[in-house]
Design a protein around this ligand. Structure first.
Ligand SMILES: Cc1cc2nc3c(=O)[nH]c(=O)nc-3n(C[C@H](O)[C@H](O)[C@H](O)COP(=O)(O)OP(=O)(O)OC[C@H]3O[C@@H](n4cnc5c(N)ncnc54)[C@H](O)[C@@H]3O)c2cc1C
Length: 391
């Protein structure tokens, strides 16, 4: 790469946003370009909260097409991206900068240090000689072949601009660009329910099966003060992030209804609350029987005909209605810069030498390290594309 560069002056590159994607891009080009980060907060601050402070930095899926399936928005676009920078490249990048990793049983990959702060420090140590301008970018304009980056008090001139602002801080200056931006909607978040489950706060239902239209999801659900959360709800909120509220889902509360029916038959003299408690948490059983107006002391032998049908149907199709997403709880947003206007090298098809990487793209993935993988892949490929462009 170095030999191909004949420019006397290093090209000036502005990276707007020093989050995971911007920093990955910066690390890729720092030795060949004059890089300035614009970061209104602290560089890589967003990394600190990831994985509950442990930084779930990737997922152990090594087939790039399978990996792309974990992104409700962006799957096709990511084929080309992941075919050039995927999980293996992420792990070897981190190994190179001194971050050893391990894989959990569920496929999530973490640093051996279990510390997002450590990952942040190792990445920032790669950017020691790079300029960080602690200013919020308010405007971006291209006049002839130069970009003008405007902050509150200053205007800066660059040859290339990388927009890596994520989705959490507003997208105001993007409206100066010709790009279509899909409206942001929360994803990977808890949901507020019509029913009040506050007495069940903290209770977990294990391995439920949730159905909505063609969606079938299996996993754990957690009750919160105003609704539900947990892995299965996070996944639903991601797939359905553009669904109109309110909407209802059906939940199968017990894995094996035949097994339950047999228990009911063989436990004629036992109370229904005790038998149900073998399948579900006690506090939920109390709520559930109250909702069905069934006396918890009723003997199992009394369940036949309509009462048995009602009980079994409710266990297999428990309905929950969601009225909105839980405020402020979103991990990522769906929406962002429309992918039709970005080429496979992450360069704008509308403005030459303008690039986008990370979550600002209309790409978002499930929980499990996928969103950071998008940042590492698009960040590095943006950098490589700039290097190719200038050589
Ligand atoms: C609590 C939490 C936990 C998460 N855990 C995980 C996890 O374990 N694994 C995973 O894969 N994903 C996780 N994610 C998602 C992941 O953190 C994001 O997808 C990722 O941070 C996006 O990186 P980015 O570089 O695109 O944008 P960001 O991380 O949002 O960084 C953008 C940067 O740009 C700056 N900026 C924005 N606008 C301007 C402006 N106008 N001028 C100057 N600077 C600006 C911001 O201050 C910010 O520092 C988590 C998210 C959250 C909220």
């Amino acid at each position: 790469m170095e030999q191909g560069l004949t420019c006397k002056r290093k090209p000036k590159v502005a990276i707007i946003g020093a989050g995971p994607s911007g920093c990955m891009c910066g690390i890729t080009i720092k030795d060949f370009c004059d890089v300035s980060f614009f970061e209104m907060s602290k560089p890589l601050k967003t990394l600190l909260a990831t994985g509950g402070g442990r930084c779930n930095l990737a997922h152990a899926e090594y087939d790039f097409k399978e990996l792309a399936k974990a992104y409700p928005r962006g799957e096709k676009f990511l084929y080309s991206v992941f075919s050039r920078f995927s999980t293996v490249d992420t792990l070897s990048f981190f190994e190179k900068i001194g971050v050893k990793t391990y894989t959990q049983d569920d496929g999530r990959i973490f640093p051996v240090s279990n510390s997002a702060a450590d990952v942040r420090e190792k990445m920032l140590s790669q950017l020691k000689t790079t300029k960080f301008i602690k200013e919020k970018v308010l405007g971006l304009q291209k006049i002839d072949d130069k970009f003008y980056v405007k902050t509150e008090n200053n205007k800066y001139i660059f040859d290339y601009v990388v927009v890596a602002i994520g989705t959490h801080s507003g997208l105001q200056f993007l409206n100066m660009l010709p790009h279509k931006v899909t409206e942001l909607k929360p994803a990977l978040c808890g949901l507020v329910t019509e029913d009040n489950f506050s007495t069940l706060k903290g209770v977990v239902l294990k391995n439920i099966i949730l159905k909505h239209k063609k969606i079938i999801l299996k996993g754990d659900m957690l009750f919160t003060d105003n609704g539900v959360s947990g892995p299965v709800i996070f996944q639903l909120s991601s797939i359905n992030s553009r669904e109109v509220y309110p909407y209802s889902v059906k939940i199968k509360l017990i894995e094996n209804e035949e097994d339950f029916e047999n228990s009911l038959k063989s436990s004629g003299s036992k109370n229904i609350k005790n038998v149900l408690s073998e399948y579900l948490p006690k506090s939920f059983v109390k709520y559930f029987l109250q909702k069905l107006k069934i006396n918890p002391e009723t003997k199992c032998g009394a369940f036949n005909g309509n009462t048995k049908v009602l009980l079994l149907e409710s266990l297999c199709s428990f309905e929950i209605t969601f009225i909105c997403v839980r405020n402020g709880g979103e991990t990522v947003f769906s929406g962002g810069v429309n992918l039709d206007e970005i080429d496979s090298n992450l360069e704008s098809k509308l403005v030459k030498n303008l690039y986008f990487c990370g979550e600002i793209l209309d790409v978002d993935g499930f929980c499990g390290g996928y969103n950071l993988q998008n940042c590492w892949s698009t960040g590095c490929l943006t950098g490589i594309a700039i290097l190719k462009n200038m050589s």
